[in-house]
Design a protein around this ligand. Structure first.
Ligand SMILES: Cc1ncc(COP(=O)(O)O)c(C=O)c1O
Length: 397
């Protein structure tokens, strides 16, 4: 690219300096650049299923295009999809949800952004998991809130310590973010801890953003949503979507479930930003939720099998140790035994071993000492990645 000489300085709004990022996309770009130079890279950095969207969903979208679902639709989503989501969430979370409580948006991410724009004033405190999905912290800071991290620890299998969380609540706490199964750790919040969290919140007017995007990818036990606890529904914004469950990351479709008055405000944010989510994808979303679910079960089984094999392999490599995740498709490996800082180690593995992974610090300061490997890659590639990491450690440690 030729460098452009510009006459005028770019003067950004101050808030832009508070915006964070999702490093996965940067590492992916770097890995792709290395590939263009002829290097062979195994991609374990990006958080998306390596499976194709199930064919019944693709067919439904093609059919919808032919039938003319190519126009603007209502900002909150197509009524039939909102109805289908309401039924699906009522069934899977054991709580009665009405279509007016559903807002369809382009991916799960916009629900984080919109919820914070709608609820967080300057100085309001938001408790969020750390290590955690980096967009939480980015959005809290961007809207002027105060980000209050709750550390997730390996010795608790990365489940939040509810007593520790309770100690972080103040009069300024406006929102608590939960995420189970969790990115990047693969940890879950067991039912007893979810119930304890609701107890700790008690009668306070604190909202909960419950990010359940990996809900269908929990390996054991029944996922349990805080929304289903009596009294919590009106204080919960449930985030879910199609990206991970149905391997539809590039379709950009997710949703939030929340009290109807808040849903109306989130809908106003949709009108102001996107107008609506693409219409034909929403018709396919109805098929995703109502049609054959066997592809989801197959993916979950495969992610569990690969996670186990990858964890077993890593535990045999000098300097690394890992616990079996309880859901999602990430292995969050302890690399303190290497004596290397996480970021430096991730860079070295990419440059010298051809394995792209993410530093735990991409997910917040409490991620130091860890690397996140996505197992959304073939078993063959995962085994080759282990061979490369092993060879690298033998040479460098
Ligand atoms: C915890 C978590 N929530 C939400 C999302 C966003 O999903 P989407 O691609 O649907 O915006 C991700 C994606 O990686 C995630 O890991």
């Amino acid at each position: 690219m030729t460098e452009q000489v510009l006459e005028h300085e770019l003067v950004l709004a101050r808030r832009m300096s508070r915006l964070g990022t999702e490093t996965a996309f940067e590492v992916l770009a770097k890995a792709k650049a290395l590939e263009r130079q002829g290097k062979n890279i195994i991609h374990l950095e990006i958080g998306e299923p390596d499976f194709d969207t199930p064919p019944n969903i693709v067919e439904a979208a093609v059919d919808a295009l032919h039938k003319g679902w190519t126009h603007y639709g209502p900002s909150a989503g197509q009524p039939e999809l909102r109805q289908t989501i309401a039924e699906y969430v009522s069934r899977t979370r054991g709580v009665s949800v009405a279509p007016e409580e559903v807002v369809v948006v382009p991916g799960g991410k916009p629900i984080m952004f919109f919820a914070m724009l709608a609820l967080i004033d300057e100085g309001d405190e938001v408790i969020y998991p750390n290590p955690g999905f980096p967009i939480y912290e980015s959005m809290i800071n961007y809207v002027g809130g105060t980000a209050v991290p709750i550390p997730l620890r390996e010795d608790r299998d990365f489940a939040m310590d509810v007593d520790e969380m309770a100690a972080l609540i103040t009069d300024r706490t406006k929102l608590i973010i939960l995420n189970s199964p969790q990115n990047p750790t693969g940890g879950i919040l067991p039912r007893a801890d979810v119930e304890k969290t609701a107890k700790v919140i008690g009668n306070r007017n604190i909202m909960v953003l419950s990010d359940e995007i990996y809900q269908r990818l929990q390996f054991e036990g029944e996922p349990f949503s805080i929304m289903s606890i009596p009294g919590m529904k009106e204080r919960t914004i449930l985030l879910d979507g199609f990206s991970k469950t149905y391997a539809m990351t590039g379709w950009r479709m997710g949703y939030g479930v929340m009290r109807a008055d808040l849903a109306a405000h989130i809908t106003r944010l949709m009108t102001n930003s996107n107008s609506c989510t693409a219409s034909f994808t929403q018709i396919a979303g109805i098929e995703a939720l109502r049609g054959d679910q066997s592809a989801v079960d197959k993916m979950r089984g495969e992610f569990e099998r690969r996670s186990r094999a990858f964890v077993d392999g890593l535990n045999k490599i000098k300097g690394f140790s890992a616990r079996m995740p309880k859901g999602a498709f990430y292995v969050f490996a302890n690399c303190t035994g290497t004596g290397w800082e996480s970021k430096r180690l991730a860079d070295a593995l990419l440059d010298e071993a051809g394995v792209a992974a993410l530093s735990g610090t991409s997910f917040g300061k409490h991620g130091e000492g860890f690397l996140r490997f996505s197992v959304a890659n073939s078993m063959e590639n995962l085994m080759e990645a282990l061979r490369r990491i092993d060879a690298w450690t033998k040479k460098n440690l």
